[in-house]
Design a protein around this ligand. Structure first.
Ligand SMILES: Cc1ncc(COP(=O)(O)O)c(C=O)c1O
Length: 450
């Protein structure tokens, strides 16, 4: 026989699944439920706390408990509701909003004095110290002095493309496709940019070597894990070779590890660990795993680049906001980050596994897709003659947003033949519904072009 606590939890989940309680609606009062289940109010409160921990409901002080947005039954949503495979913003209820709210409040009192002035451009020491311990656990042995806090990974890209590097190289080398945020930073900084082809198997290391050997490369920007847009990762062997080449030809690598927390394989060391830090600038973002709005990122820098980087950071914004820094420090220090990372790791692995299973079921011959082990991106290569831009327009008319991979390519490499799907904000039942429409529209365009 279930305990009263379990009975209440099961009852509330049934009520949500049947659509009797809708997103944003207030749940029955503690007193009403206690009466209904003939139990003490404390038992109801504990049951509600269990649901809160599972991110099903949230409390509003002096009001009561409410259902989290998007937790209603899938069947309660209409077919015409848009499906957004373009947005890269995590689902609201899967982000640790309440925990961060708590940390921000604590940061206000802890860093009250600092709010009246300016803080260290490199980032407050106590946060860098926490980050150093966090990175140590991932085989990256940077001391607090070798870490710089930035206002999102994007600020690191902006600084790195502008600041001078030792050596003669002036050209930025990027994978093709690559993250368009970095391309935008390089464009605005006026850097010459060239590309190296990357697909689900990686890059041609001989071509990479010839670029490195040329002496013209200022830095190589790479996203080894869960590349946006392909979703795929380099093997450990490929990363070892890339790290060796960087050392051999004295070329700097900017390693964007924006989804490191989703890695399942404990042996999948970042380039930074493999290169023993000397040629790798490691960039971490907290946007996808905590909250994009706190604008927090961190950079691990080789000693030679520390000073120029911090001078540029100082010139850009003096320092990153103290409240975001303080809240992040408390979030990591309390162990909340570690627990949250474990939860999202499992969530995204399972979600990606499901999305790939749907692709296999829905897409027939001629439609190829990447098969990442986790992360949030899948790229679909369209059959011959089907244009990504035409498909994008058709899908939009049916309420589905996708991204044209051309956005991730230098103009000379744009082929208008691939789309990117981001599953981060799309619930499971909607993934299948969306893929079915995508397949229908690809086939329709294919028939029309024949
Ligand atoms: C490859 C990549 N790097 C970094 C970021 C995030 O950067 P930021 O920390 O500035 O939000 C994103 C966001 O989508 C991304 O796709």
């Amino acid at each position: 026989m279930d305990t009263k606590h379990e009975q209440i939890v099961a009852h509330m989940i049934r009520e949500v699944e049947r659509g009797h309680i809708r997103s944003g609606h207030k749940l029955p009062s503690v007193r009403a439920l206690a009466k209904m289940f003939s139990c003490s109010p404390n038992t109801v409160v504990r049951a509600y706390q269990t649901l809160e921990r599972d991110d099903v409901i949230y409390p509003v002080p002096k009001s009561g408990y409410y259902l989290v947005e998007g937790k209603g039954p899938a069947s309660a949503r209409t077919e015409s509701e848009p499906i957004d495979f373009a947005s890269t913003t995590p689902r609201g209820d899967f982000l640790p909003f309440q925990e961060m709210e708590h940390c921000l409040r604590k940061a206000i009192s802890l860093y009250k004095e600092e709010l009246f002035g300016y803080t260290d451009p490199q980032g407050i020491f106590s946060l860098r110290n926490e980050l150093s311990r966090y990175f140590h656990a991932q085989q990256m042995f940077a001391k607090p002095d070798q870490i710089a806090v930035v206002t999102g990974a994007q600020q690191a890209f902006s600084i790195l493309t502008r600041m001078p590097f030792p050596g003669e190289g002036r050209v930025v080398l990027v994978e093709q496709p690559t993250y368009f945020g970095f391309l935008a930073a390089a464009r605005v900084a006026g850097c010459p940019v060239i590309g190296i082809h990357r697909d689900e198997h990686g890059i041609d290391l001989e071509v990479l070597e010839s670029y490195f050997r040329s002496g013209q490369i200022k830095l190589f920007y790479t996203v080894p894990r869960f590349l946006n847009p392909l979703g795929t990762s380099y093997s450990l062997e490929q990363k070892r070779r890339i790290a060796d080449l960087a050392r051999q030809y004295d070329v700097y690598i900017v390693e964007d590890d924006y989804l490191a927390d989703l890695e399942e394989d404990s042996k999948a060391d970042p380039l930074y660990a493999l290169a023993q830090s000397h040629h790798v600038i490691y960039v971490k973002s907290f946007s996808k795993t905590i909250l994009p709005g706190i604008r927090m990122g961190a950079v691990l820098l080789p000693d030679r680049l520390l000073d120029p980087f911090i001078r540029h950071k100082n010139a850009a914004d003096i320092s990153s906001p103290i409240l975001s820094q303080g809240a992040l420090e408390l979030y990591i220090m309390s162990g909340m980050y570690k627990r949250h990372a474990a939860r999202i790791r499992e969530h995204y692995r399972e979600k990606m596994r499901y999305a790939i299973e749907v692709c296999a079921r829905v897409f027939g011959s001629g439609i190829h897709y990447t098969c990442p082990s986790s992360g949030v991106f899948i790229t679909i290569r369209l059959p011959q003659y089907v244009k990504a831009s035409a498909l994008q327009d058709r899908l939009l008319q049916r309420g589905i947003s996708v991204t044209n991979v051309d956005q991730h390519l230098l103009p000379e490499n744009q082929r208008n033949d691939r789309i990117r799907l981001c599953i981060i904000g799309v619930e499971k039942p909607r993934i299948e519904a969306g893929m079915i429409v995508i397949e229908e529209e690809i086939r329709r365009l294919e028939r029309r072009m024949r």
